[in-house]
Each structure stands twice: as structure tokens, then as C-alpha cells.
Write a protein that binds this ligand. Sequence first.
Ligand code: UDP
Length: 243
Amino acid sequence: MDRAEILNVPVDPFTMVGTVAYLENFLQRKEQALVVTANAEIIMAAGKQPDYLQLIRSAQLVTPDGAGAVWAGRHLGYKIPERVAGYDLFHRLLDKAAEKHIKVFFFGGKPGVAEQAAQAAVKLYPGLEVAGCRNGYFKETDEPGIIEEINNSGAEILFAALGAPKQEFWLHRHRGVLKANILMGIGGSFDVLSGNSKRAPLWMQKAALEWLYRLCCQPRRFGRIMGTLPPFVIKVLLSRKKQ
Ligand code: UDP
């Protein structure tokens, strides 16, 4: 299926089920896939940082994460079947990993949070093997040790929760030496899974209002969202005119 292009950022128009099946292929073939979950913030950041854009363009999978990305894709004339949010895909992959005995590694978050998230994950998905956990605060000199720990764990899926764009740059920089097949940045997902932070209620997610929840309930995001969403909408509207 053809990739959509939103402000030069490619987005894969797959359903959630199709996305999981697509990634399962990489696991079966023992090939590596870098996964980026592209929301409006990431798309705007890519427009300002050529190396970030290049990195995303080289990713094997870019999902439409967020109402903004889905709206933009559809507005530009692409068939985007549904939103594929990073947090939801994270859960689907945990479910698949438990079913197929695929080891996962939790990398990122404040000290102790990855372990708490791993405990919650094992409760939700019995049989899941979390091969290792490592917090996301480190010096450059720690990186070879972290990579060794991840590789020695035998994990086939690496979830990196360092926030965007740090997680994508980290995974991309080390992908040549990382042995895991799926490398996926998942932002604050360990905070949510561990219960340290909350996601919008389901009705808001379904009404494409998760951004509004974040705006109202997570004041630290206010500036980020207001500085990103309106300019994103304007840029997409203008880019359609140019087409
Ligand atoms: N984080 C980290 N290392 C860092 C900076 C951030 O592990 O050097 C973690 C932080 O603890 C949080 C996550 O990255 O769990 C970022 O969460 P946020 O919700 O801000 O990310 P987003 O989903 O917006 O990318």
C-alpha cells in the first residue's frame, strides 16, 4: 500500500491489525524494523530538523499517531483507515509477544518506572517475558553497557521510552549494533502502564480529543501543544492548496 506524505513525513496507511501483522513479518524473517509513531508534534519537529526528517523517512514503519496526523492524511487525500497510537500498538505488541514467546526489553523512564511497567505488563499479558529493564537517564559513556545489556537479554522487541525525538535518534544511531528486530520509541508509555500518569478517558480518545485532555490536564504540555497544533493545521491546509 502506498505511503501517505504529510508535510514530507511518510505515514503508513495500515489498520492496527495490519500494522501488527506487518511487524510480525520482520520478527519471522529476523529483520530489523525501526518504528516511529508520528503525531503532529513529531511531524512539525521533522520540518525543522532535516536529520530527524531523514531518520523518519528511513524508518520501516511510521504510524499515524494522533487525531492530527489522521486528519491531515485524510485531508491530503490519502486513505488512512484509523489512528494507530503508539500506546495502543505497544499493548498489541505485548499481547503478541506473550502469545508467541517473544522477549521484550523495557528501556526508558525514571529509575524504577520500567520495572513497574514490566510488572503491570506481565499481569495483563500472562506468559510475557520482559528480558530486561533499564531507566532512560544515562551518560554517553554508559551507552555501550546499555547496548550490551539489551543484546545479552536476547530481546527481540526493544521499547525505548526516552521521549521524542531522543528515542528515535538513539535507536537510529545504534541500530547497526542492536540485535532486536523491532525498535520502537514509545514516549511516556511506561509512565501510563505503571500507573504514574494517566491517559485520556476512552470516550475522549474515540472522539479524537486526546489532545484536548493533554492540553487541560497536563499543563506542562500546554506550550508544546499550542505551539504545534495550530501551525500544523495551517501548514497542512496550505500544503493541500499547493498540491
Ligand atoms: N525520559 C527518559 N530519559 C530522558 C528524558 C525523558 O527516559 O533523558 C523519559 C521520561 O521519564 C518520560 C518519557 O521519557 O517517561 C517522555 O515522556 P513524554 O510523555 O514527555 O514523551 P512523549 O510521549 O511526549 O514523547
